[in-house]
Ligand binder design. Structure first.
Ligand code: NAD
Length: 479
C-alpha cells in the first residue's frame, strides 16, 4: 500500500509547485471537540501576487497543451488522490465534522467528477456553413481563474472547480474557507507531483484573502461557491476589473409531496435529504410541503423515522448528523432555535442544542406547519431544522414554493409522473427533480435561479464558462 499523506504538516501555501511558508500561521478547529487542528499558512498580498504571477506564466504553456494530455494529467491527479483517500477522508471528518461515510461519498464523487471532466472536451461548433462562408464558434481558455470554496464540501466543491478550469486550459488558484483549509491544501500538495508549476495552486489565509483575490487585476475569472450575501460582495469586487464570475449561492429548496405518494417508501429518503451533513448543504430539502390529505400520517412517519437519526462525532458508527461546522453557524442555528418558543412554533420533533457536549451538536428538529412568513420558512437555516407545511391547492403550493429569492433546487413527489412533471416545470430553480432531490452529476449543469447564483458549474455549459467564445467567420472566396 502506498504511504498515506502526512495530514499533520502544512509547510506552506502551494505556489508554483513549492511550499511557500508564511510568517503568520493559524489553525481551525475540529467541530466535534473544539480542539485545535494543525497550523496552516496565512497568505499575504505578496503571496497572492506571487501565485498569480506564476499562474499567468503557466497559462502561456498550459493553454497550448493538447486536450488529451491535459486529460491524462487530470486522470493521474484523480489516481494520486485515490491513493491518499483514506487520509483525506479522515482529515475531512476532522476539519468539517461530517460522518466518515459521507466523507467517503464526497471522495467518491470527487474522483468520479475529475474522471468525467477528463472526457469532456469543449469542441468547436459550426454555426453556419454555406458556399460562401463558414462561421465556427471556438472556445479558448480565459486565463487565470480563482476558485473560492465554502466549508461544507471542501473536496468536491474545490475539485469541482479545478477539473473544469484545467481541462479547458486555464490555470487556477484555489482559496479554501478558513474553517476548512486542510483537505484543499493537501489536494494542492498532491497536485504538485502531477501538474506543471503554476497550473494548480492553493492559498490558505484569513478573511481578507478572498477580497485580495477578487480585486486582483490579473485574475480573469472567479468561480465562487458560498452564501448569497458574500456572492454579492464578490460580484461587486469583480466588477471593477470586469472579471468573469460564476456564483453558486445559497438555497432554500422546496419539496412538494402530493397526496398519492407511498409514504413508507419515501420517508427515509426525505428525512435523509433534509438532515444530511447536519442540514449544511445548499441543495437539501429546506421547506417540505405536504398535501393536506396525508399531512398527519406523513408527519407522524417522518417524526418516527427522524427520531432514529443519530447525532454525534463523525467517527462514531451510524451517525447521520455530525456537528454544526463552526461557531458562527452554530450561533446562527441556535438563534433560529430560540425563535421556536418566541414565535410559538409547534415542534413535531423536538430538537436539542446539546450544550454539555464538547462540540457544536444540535439534534434534528421538525417544525409543524409554521406561518409562511416565519424565519424558518423564509431563511436558509443551514442546520438540522426543517419546517413541514400543509398545502391543498396545486397553483397555490407552486406559488409558495417559488415565493423566495432563492432558486437552487426544488422537487415534486407523486405517483402521477405527468402531473409531477407539469408541476416541476412551474418551479423556478436551477435543478428540479421528480421523486428525488439533490441529484448532481459532473456532466449536468448545476446552478441557481435568482439569488441562488449566476452561471452554471459542471456540464458542458459549466465548462464553457471557463472559456472565451470567438465567432470565427471564414469567407471561402480567396482574396
Ligand atoms: P461564505 O459566503 O461565508 O464563504 C464562502 C467562501 O467565501 C469562503 O471561502 C470565504 O472565506 C470566502 N469569502 C468570505 N468573504 C469573502 C469576500 N468578501 N470576498 C471573497 N471571498 C470571501 O459561505 P459559507 O458559510 O462558507 O458556506 C455556506 C453557504 O454556501 C450557504 O449559503 C450555502 O447554501 C452556500 N453553498 C452554495 C452551494 C452552491 O453550489 N450553490 C454549495 C455549497 C454551499
Amino acid at each position: 500500500m502506498a504511504p498515506q499523506l502526512d495530514i499533520t504538516a502544512y509547510p506552506g501555501n502551494v505556489i508554483n509547485n513549492e511550499f511557500v511558508p508564511t510568517s503568520a500561521t493559524r489553525h481551525s478547529i475540529n467541530p466535534s471537540t473544539k480542539e485545535a487542528l494543525y497550523e496552516v499558512p496565512v497568505a499575504t498580498k505578496a503571496d497572492v501576487d506571487l501565485a498569480v504571477k506564476h499562474a499567468r506564466k503557466a497559462f502561456e504553456s498550459w493553454s497550448k497543451v493538447p486536450f488529451a494530455e491535459r486529460a491524462r494529467l487530470l486522470l493521474d491527479f484523480a489516481d494520486a488522490i485515490e491513493t491518499h483517500r483514506e487520509s483525506l477522508e479522515k482529515l475531512l471528518v476532522l476539519e468539517q465534522g461530517k460522518p466518515l461515510g459521507l466523507a467517503h461519498t464526497e471522495l467518491d464523487m470527487s474522483l468520479q467528477w475529475l474522471r468525467a471532466f477528463s472526457t469532456m472536451e469543449v469542441k468547436d461548433e459550426v454555426l453556419d456553413d454555406n458556399e460562401e462562408r463558414t462561421v465556427t464558434q471556438i472556445f479558448t481558455p480565459l486565463g487565470v481563474c480563482c476558485g473560492i470554496v465554502p466549508w461544507n464540501w471542501p473536496v468536491l466543491l474545490g475539485l469541482g472547480k479545478v477539473g473544469p478550469a484545467l481541462i479547458t486550459g486555464n490555470t487556477i488558484v484555489i482559496k479554501p474557507s478558513p474553517f476548512t483549509p486542510y483537505c484543499d491544501l493537501k489536494l494542492g500538495e498532491i497536485g504538485m507531483g502531477i501538474f506543471p508549476p503554476g497550473v494548480l495552486q492553493v492559498l490558505s489565509g484569513g478573511d481578507d484573502l478572498g477580497p485580495m483575490l477578487t480585486e486582483h487585476p490579473d485574475i480573469d475569472k472567479v468561480t465562487f461557491t458560498g452564501s448569497s450575501e458574500t456572492g454579492k460582495l464578490v460580484m461587486q469586487s469583480c466588477a471593477k476589473t470586469l472579471k468573469r464570475v460564476t456564483l453558486e449561492l445559497g438555497g432554500n429548496d422546496a419539496a412538494i409531496i402530493c397526496g398519492d405518494v407511498d409514504i413508507p417508501a419515501i420517508i427515509p429518503k426525505i428525512a435523509t435529504l433534509a438532515f444530511l451533513n447536519s442540514g449544511q448543504i445548499c441543495m437539501l430539502i429546506k421547506r417540505l410541503y405536504v398535501h393536506e390529505s396525508i399531512y398527519d400520517e406523513f408527519r407522524a412517519a417522518l417524526v418516527a423515522f427522524s427520531k432514529g437519526i443519530k447525532t454525534g462525532d463523525g467517527f462514531a458508527p451510524d451517525i447521520l448528523v455530525g456537528p454544526v461546522q463552526n461557531a458562527m453557524q452554530y450561533e446562527k442555528v441556535k438563534n433560529l432555535y430560540s425563535e421556536i418558543e418566541k414565535c410559538n412554533w409547534t415542534q413535531a420533533l423536538e430538537g436539542e442544542v446539546l450544550k454539555n457536549s464538547k462540540g457544536f451538536f444540535i439534534t434534528p428538529a421538525i417544525i409543524d406547519n409554521p406561518p409562511d412568513d416565519s424565519r424558518i420558512v423564509a431563511e436558509e437555516p443551514f442546520g438540522p431544522i426543517l419546517p413541514i407545511l400543509k398545502w391543498s391547492d396545486e397553483d397555490d403550493v407552486l406559488r409558495r414554493a417559488n415565493d423566495t429569492k432563492a432558486g437552487l433546487g426544488a422537487s415534486v413527489w407523486s405517483k402521477d409522473l405527468d402531473r409531477a412533471e407539469r408541476m416541476a416545470r412551474c418551479l423556478s430553480a436551477g435543478s428540479v427533480w421528480i421523486n428525488s432531490h439533490f441529484d448532481v452529476a459532473p456532466n449536468i449543469p448545476f446552478g441557481g435561479h435568482k439569488w441562488s447564483g449566476i452561471g452554471r458549474e459542471w456540464g458542458m455549459m459549466g465548462l464553457k464558462s471557463y472559456c472565451n467564445s470567438t465567432s470565427l467567420w471564414k469567407w471561402k472566396k480567396a482574396m
